[in-house]
Design a protein around this ligand. Structure first.
Ligand code: 4NP
Length: 159
């Protein structure tokens, strides 16, 4: 069975679609694409159906990463499908827990940041520099996350 990973933020237009796309690129690069099922979602509904924020797409495109999907809201009935529900901040964590997520499945992305824990800050009301900073945080935290998961990957689908 592939390891199921869902990235979650508030709107699903800035942080979580970026984390999803960068993680897809990293596992493809590592030859581990088949070891994972990956998706992202928002806790809120305001942006459902919209493409990712233009600023998110711009910082991703500058690294050769295209963001293809549109925003969706997380559903109660999917919570048990994910091995890891990877939230961006404490507010996301509270929201998924209040929906009924198993606390053992909920992790915060920046707990894997080699430069130290914290929230992935919401860049929505910031400038392009906030999006650049978020890209860096997500990129290095995903490296830490993937390394933390490696020992538990199914040898039949992974390495
Ligand atoms: P995201 O960013 O949670 O990283 O997608 C946000 C997107 C939209 C809003 C807030 C944060 N908003 O308030 O509409």
């Amino acid at each position: 069975m592939p390891t199921h990973v869902l990235f979650v933020c508030l709107g699903n237009i800035c942080r979580s679609p970026l984390a999803e796309a960068v993680f897809r690129a990293k596992i493809a690069e590592a030859g581990l694409a088949d070891a994972f099922a990956v998706d992202s979602a928002g806790t809120g509904s305001w942006h459902v159906g919209e493409p990712p924020d233009e600023r998110t797409r711009r910082v991703a495109r500058a690294r050769g990463i295209e963001l293809a999907r549109t925003a969706r809201q997380i559903r109660r009935d999917e919570l048990d499908r994910w091995d890891y529900i990877v939230v961006m901040d404490e507010s996301n964590r509270r929201d998924v827990l209040s929906l009924g997520a198993d606390p053992a499945r909920v992790v915060k992305l920046r707990d894997f940041d080699p430069e130290g824990p914290g929230d992935v800050p919401d860049p929505y009301y910031g400038g392009l520099d906030a999006f650049e900073q978020v890209y860096g945080i997500i990129d290095r935290s995903l490296d830490g996350f993937l390394e933390a998961l490696r020992p538990s990957l199914d040898p039949g689908t992974g390495l």
